[in-house]
Design a protein around this ligand. Sequence first.
Ligand SMILES: [Zn+2]
Length: 377
Amino acid sequence: MAVRYELIKTCAQTGARLGRLHTPHGVIDTPTFMPVGTQATVKGMAPEELKELGAQIILSNTYHLFVRPGHELIREAGGLHGFMNWDRPILTDSGGFQVFSLAENRKITEEGVTFRSHLNGDKLFLSPEVATHVQNALGSDIMMAFDECPPYPAEYDYVKRSTERTSRWAERCLKAHERPHDQALFGIVQGGMFPELRRQSAADLTSLDFPGYAMGGLSVGEPKALMYEMLEETVPFLPAGKPRYLMGVGSPDALVEGSMRGIDMFDCVLPTRIARNGTVMTSQGRLVVRHAKYIRDFSPLDPECGCYACRHYSRAYIRHLIKADEMFGLRLTTIHNLHFLVELMRQVREAIREDRLRDFRNEFFEKYGMEGNESGF
Ligand SMILES: [Zn+2]
């Protein structure tokens, strides 16, 4: 088996899980946040910088690498680890989500999806077999099964047909997988916002005995309360001995709430995307450092943060860099946001270890300025 999940303990206050995920490229402490490196790079960050801020695993996107530069080129380079000089664990998605959100003129059949590249209009085809073959070439530690992510909102009948097809596709991915000894293939639970379909999907996938399970089709525009309800309806049906991954979630409040509901892994472009827009996450809430009110503010982005940016640079300086279109400014906000989420997850793990995650959640939310589910993201 390529990966092994070790459950260390469960938080007595919440049921959150403290664990370790053992992979061919190292151990990941869970719950964990995975920075996203869509084009085989976390935008603007050297691998050494990611390590320095504590990232133990990163995610890369199969769709983008399939379209450019192509998986055979990456195989030739020694896989994604060799190509991008990252020797820690990598998770790749299956390309399903991007095909459904980015590609043009897509046509779905039982066989797979035909679509046009968002770059040059080339006609391309992805199927369970192709997505698995591509990820085998990329050599990621964790691969994802090719699925359809239904939009929100969607009709029950459509989601039912789509979810059943995703289960059939998951079985085909397992059959096509050529490297189960050193790459773990995770199944993706779909089912839209229908508890009954979520449970059916979880039952279908767990019967196939994947080494890990993801919750897909969430954080697609639905209210957060509905996402949490779907987690509560589904997570109890997933095996305790396998890791659980909530896809596309990265706002601070949802990381804490997801952990409380038994999720072990998260990923999202949010911290890096908003950083490039001059917005940072801080212990006091969201801060838009481009704003004029920071013009003479010589304090760090977050007085409580120990990241490289906060140790050495002021809001005034970073604001100046961003206004002057200097790329160093966006690197500093990126370093800070990634550090903030990696550090938040470290604190979550500590709180689970001490059976006080609910207390931690309440203190964190109060300080961050959120009541209920509004984080400003
Ligand atoms: Zn910082």
